[in-house]
Design a binder for this molecule. Structure first.
Ligand code: DLZ
Length: 160
């Protein structure tokens, strides 16, 4: 398989994050993965100007909780955007399908309800190896991509 880093991006094309307050919520399940995604997201936000005091980092038990947690964070803390970080690994039961379906729809609903960027940095993988490849491994880091997407969507929101 081609060893593409899916997270490569042009830093010059990323909007300045200094005006914004951004929340990052990470699931506790699969912590080896979610810790790496969280670090990638937070480092990238800092590199692009988001101030320490404007970063709100929180943990929730599992990926299923991400959308309700994002809704609460926007409601109670008025953050401009939220990056939702999780990792669901296919198991022997249908739990995987229900969690993935619920979080994808839930995050979409929260973004539409609040008219703010709510970013899907959730890995949905067949194996732990696939997740590691996308959490700082050979395919990059989906947390980095989530941070870049949040800043681009905030600039989009300011432009319309
Ligand atoms: C229950 C469960 C299972 C089986 N697998 C995962 C997973 O791979 N990744 C993850 O983030 N969370 C998992 N969970 C927990 C659910 O997301 C949720 O926390 C519980 O169902 C309680 O609502």
């Amino acid at each position: 398989m081609k060893k593409t880093n899916l997270s490569d991006y042009d830093p010059a094309a990323v909007p300045d994050g200094s005006p914004y307050t951004i929340g990052v919520i990470a699931a506790e399940w699969n912590p080896q993965i979610t810790d790496a995604l969280l670090a990638g997201a937070v480092d990238t936000l800092r590199q692009h100007g988001v101030r320490e005091e404007n970063l709100l980092v929180r943990r929730v038990p599992g990926t299923f909780e991400l959308s309700s947690a994002a809704d609460m964070m926007i409601h109670f803390s008025q953050v401009d955007a939220v990056i939702c970080i999780g990792c669901v690994i296919q198991g022997e039961t249908r739990h995987f399908e229900f969690i993935c379906q619920a979080v994808a729809q839930g995050i979409t609903n929260v973004a539409l309800k609040h008219e703010r960027p709510v970013i899907f940095s959730v890995l949905t993988c067949d194996t732990m190896e696939q997740a590691l490849d996308r959490a700082g491994g050979r395919h990059g880091n989906k947390g980095v991509e989530g941070a870049v997407t949040a800043l681009k969507m905030l600039a989009y929101r300011a432009s319309v």
